[in-house]
Design a binder for this molecule. Structure first.
Ligand SMILES: Nc1ncnc2c1ncn2[C@@H]1O[C@H](COP(=O)(O)OP(=O)(O)O)[C@@H](O)[C@H]1O
Ligand SMILES: [Mg+2]
Length: 464
């Protein structure tokens, strides 16, 4: 069996089905219209012939009324007799305005009888309209003469008075012509066959064209998709490598940091072992060992603190107040008596942040600024600012220190990067981590007038 699996096959099956349905449907729907158009034309032609014959033989309205008179009979015979010669003609009846049969091609027994059934076509023809009807069932005039086939074409043609117009008032009678549809059916069959062949060929052509286009588009899409998935895999691989190397770097830095005091501990204990007879010296060495141990503990605690900044609890916070609190905290905790200038903004800025973490981030920036220029004022500001097209606010810390070199710029936010002898190299990375957790970023730039400017930018709607 034809198994529909791939989209092109599915498309082929569907479109073929649709085209076949359209072709068959068009043929079936058009056939009756086609037939009606033919019989309408034929009826008009019959009408013209009949009226011409009647005119030639001088048939009048009086003849239709007085149909039993010999002169009238003769004119009727002359006018309608020749119609039997028309190919396919089965029966001919002529009615006057009272629906009485005045002439029939069969025998004379019908003449004088009144038509009682199916009067609508007769009435319409009496109104001046040519009527053509295709009947699938046997039709009749008064049922006495069954038609020879199951199908028939009936033409109802108005007969007009001589030298008169062609309106309903000028109608003197109606001629009903019953014909065998055999010839017509053959014509229709041939016509339909032609119609179906043309639409079928056009449909097939359309189908192949569409299929070709679909195949090209589909194969392009498949190639693009496979390329894209390869790219995604490659990207994931790169990210993984980056992560691993960043972790390696971090671990190396931690090891390096811990190694120095640990080497000290080993050396000091070796010394103590050798001088075990001198308790004072041992006690001194042990004090050194404790110092080195404390240093190790501090390093470990700092690392743990970074980990703590991974957890945050958000609350709606007045950022102006947060800045003021942080400045006050700086004044208490940093030994240097330092001037920190802050002009509160005109509007309050409320943001969903973790205030503890945000204070820590700002504190780190202020602390750095103070250390960069210990004798000079640090300026803190809270401003509205856009970043990458997004609206937000910035906590800006500017100093008048030396700023940083172009070499340093890419390393500033790397863990453990420091240029200070007692620095940890964790202030900026922690601040950056906190900003990013709030959907923001820490930006660093040198001020042309001298000094550095570090700012924590946060989006107006934080998405941690
Ligand atoms: N305001 C500043 N002006 C100049 N350089 C700075 C400033 N802030 C930070 N830096 C540079 O960035 C480095 C890393 O800072 P940070 O991560 O806070 O670690 P630490 O303060 O322990 O050195 C500093 O050692 C310093 O070289
Ligand atoms: Mg610092």
């Amino acid at each position: 069996m034809f198994k529909v699996t791939t989209p092109p096959k599915m498309f082929a099956a569907m479109s073929l089905l649709m085209i076949v349905a359209t072709v068959v449907g068009t043929g079936l729907i058009q056939a009756p219209f086609f037939r009606q158009a033919i019989i309408d034309r034929e009826a008009v032609m019959v009408g013209d012939v009949v009226n011409a014959l009647a005119r030639v033989h001088g048939l009048s309205g009086a003849d239709m009324r007085n149909y039993s008179e010999a002169a009238a009979r003769e004119r009727l015979d002359d006018s309608f007799g020749p119609l039997k010669q028309l190919p396919g003609t089965e029966r001919v009846r002529v009615f006057n305005r009272d629906n009485v049969i005045v002439w029939s091609d069969a025998d004379g027994t019908l003449v004088g009888k009144k038509r009682t059934a199916n009067l609508d076509h007769l009435t319409r023809a009496a109104g001046g309209q040519v009527q053509a009807v295709f009947n699938t069932l046997k039709s009749d005039v008064n049922s006495e003469h069954p038609a020879t086939s199951d199908e028939s074409i009936e033409c109802y043609v108005p007969l007009f008075a001589r030298d008169a117009g062609r309106t309903g008032a000028d109608v003197i009678g109606v001629l009903a012509l019953y014909r065998d549809p055999h010839d017509l059916n053959r014509t229709i069959r041939n016509g339909l066959l032609l119609l179906w062949s043309i639409t079928g060929a056009a449909g097939l052509l359309l189908f192949f064209a569409l299929y070709k286009v679909f195949n090209v588009v589909y194969s392009r899409q498949v190639t693009a998709e496979s390329k894209f998935s390869k790219l995604t895999l490659e990207h994931e691989r790169i990210v993984q490598i980056e992560k691993m190397s960043a972790m390696g770097e971090l671990v190396g830095e931690i090891a390096h940091q811990l190694n120095n005091p640990l080497v000290g501990v080993i050396n000091l204990t070796q010394l103590a072992e050798r001088q075990v007879q001198d308790p004072r010296r041992v006690s001194e060495l042990l004090a050194e060992v404790r110092k080195a141990g404390t240093e190790c503990r501090d390093i470990v605690q700092r690392i743990l603190r970074i980990n703590q900044s991974s957890r945050s609890t958000l609350q709606r916070t007045d950022m102006g107040e947060l800045v003021q609190d942080t400045i006050a905290f700086c004044h208490h905790s940093i030994a240097l008596k330092h001037s920190i200038a802050y002009a509160p903004p005109a509007h309050t800025h409320m943001l969903e942040v973790d205030p503890v973490l945000m204070r820590q981030a700002l504190f780190n920036l202020i602390h750095n600024a103070i250390l960069a220029a210990p004798q000079q004022q640090v300026r803190v500001a809270l401003e509205t600012a856009d970043h990458d097209g997004a609206a937000g606010i910035a906590l800006v810390v500017s100093d008048s220190g030396p700023g940083f070199s172009a070499d340093m710029a890419p390393k500033l936010f790397k863990p453990f990067f420091t240029t200070r002898s007692n620095g940890t190299g964790l202030g900026l990375p922690v601040a950056q981590h906190i900003a990013m957790k709030h959907g923001g970023v820490v930006l660093a730039e040198n001020v042309p007038a001298g000094g550095a400017r570090f700012s924590i930018w946060l989006p107006a709607t934080t998405t941690p």
